[in-house]
Design a protein around this ligand. Structure first.
Ligand code: ATP
Ligand code: FE
Length: 329
């Protein structure tokens, strides 16, 4: 089937055309409006989606060389995400489907992050282990099949992406701070130690880490008011080092527990160079097969929604026109 897919769960408006699982186009409009507020403002996000959705879909169709008449089904992110943002994508998808008499396919955003691996080669074989690390989630998932995903570990408070963003905020870095911490970490050394909270088993905790970073910086600033300014790259390297080491340690535990040797990364934080390199090295050392998507497929994108919908289309899993967005699942 040729599927038009829409993703609007947070602050990126994305549209893709996926034909029999092959991504023909994947177009994303970001929203610069949030930078000056130090985070995503839901009301602004929702309005920007309204402005962006029609042109984004038009470009996605054009790049795929498809017309609306050639689309077989419309897929959309039902949740989780910001309700006002989801509402725009869901309403657009319903309108498009109603106008053309097409089936609707709702997609779980977190399932889709995992299935982004099927947007390109090489693809993992089922079952495999996936660490999903994004702005709102940190999950270790056993992917039994495309639509049977079992969460075996998760964060009990902040997500890994929040750990990057909130630490960056402490340092006065612009939102989202993850990419900037990554860039600076490559120029510095991880010279500062922070406490490493561990809630046990395969779970994560990052809010304690943020507090530990705050306290140790406050202590250093007392001794030297210019500490942050003079050591910014080393501080970023230290923050990245501890977050990455927490993530890699839990991956090792999960591999030991499940016996799975195919290990995948998903979500926006998998764009992090330290995490990508660290997992590659662990994989080489332990004989795992490691799967890391292209950065375009790590952050929010509609291609992953279309790929997930392709699996659902095959099972006849369609939604009615009464489907409503869900902020939480
Ligand atoms: P969710 O999928 O949980 O609803 P989201 O869709 O908002 O959340 P993503 O777009 O998948 O999240 O990821 C955004 C997060 O990824 C932000 O926290 C951002 O700082 C982080 N991030 C992006 N690039 C990097 C990088 N190179 N290093 C570290 N973090 C990064
Ligand atoms: Fe996401």
């Amino acid at each position: 089937p040729v599927i038009l897919a829409i993703e609007s769960s947070c602050d990126d408006t994305s549209a893709a055309v996926v034909a029999d699982g092959l991504v023909l186009s994947n177009v994303t409009a970001g929203q610069a409006v949030h930078e000056e507020f130090g985070g995503v403002v839901p009301e602004h996000a929702s309005r920007a989606h309204q402005r962006n959705i029609v042109p984004t879909v038009a470009v996605a169709l054009k790049r795929a060389a498809k017309t609306a008449a050639q689309i077989d089904a419309v897929a959309f992110t039902r949740g989780p995400g910001l309700i006002g943002s989801l509402m725009v994508g869901v309403s657009f998808a319903k309108g498009f489907a109603l106008a053309r008499g097409l089936p609707l396919i709702e997609v779980d955003h977190m399932q889709a992050h995992v299935l982004a691996h099927f947007a390109e080669d090489p693809k993992p074989a089922f079952p495999f282990l996936c660490l999903t690390v994004s702005g709102g989630h940190t999950q270790l998932v056993v992917v039994h099949s495309a639509l049977e995903q079992e969460i075996i570990g998760r964060t009990i408070d902040d997500a890994a992406g929040e750990a990057f963003d909130k630490s960056g905020k402490l340092l006065g870095l612009p939102y989202p701070a993850g990419p900037e911490i990554d860039r600076r970490a490559r120029l510095g050394q991880p010279t500062i130690e922070f406490a490493k909270p561990d809630p046990g088993e395969l779970n994560f905790s990052f809010s304690g880490l943020k507090t530990s970073i705050l306290y140790s910086l406050q202590k250093k600033i007392k001794e030297d008011p210019d500490f942050v300014k003079d050591n910014l790259n080393d501080i970023c390297a230290s923050i990245q080092h501890i977050i990455v080491s927490i993530l890699l340690r839990k991956i090792q535990l999960a591999v030991a527990q499940t016996g799975l040797k195919q290990v995948a990364l998903a979500g926006g934080v998998s764009a992090n160079s330290g995490l990508r390199q660290g997992l590659q090295e662990l994989g080489e050392k332990n004989g795992w097969e490691v799967f890391i998507p292209r950065i375009e497929y790590c952050t929010d994108n509609a291609a992953m929604i279309g790929v997930t919908a392709t699996f659902k289309f095959a099972e006849g899993a369609f939604s009615g026109q009464d489907v409503a967005p869900a902020a939480r699942f």
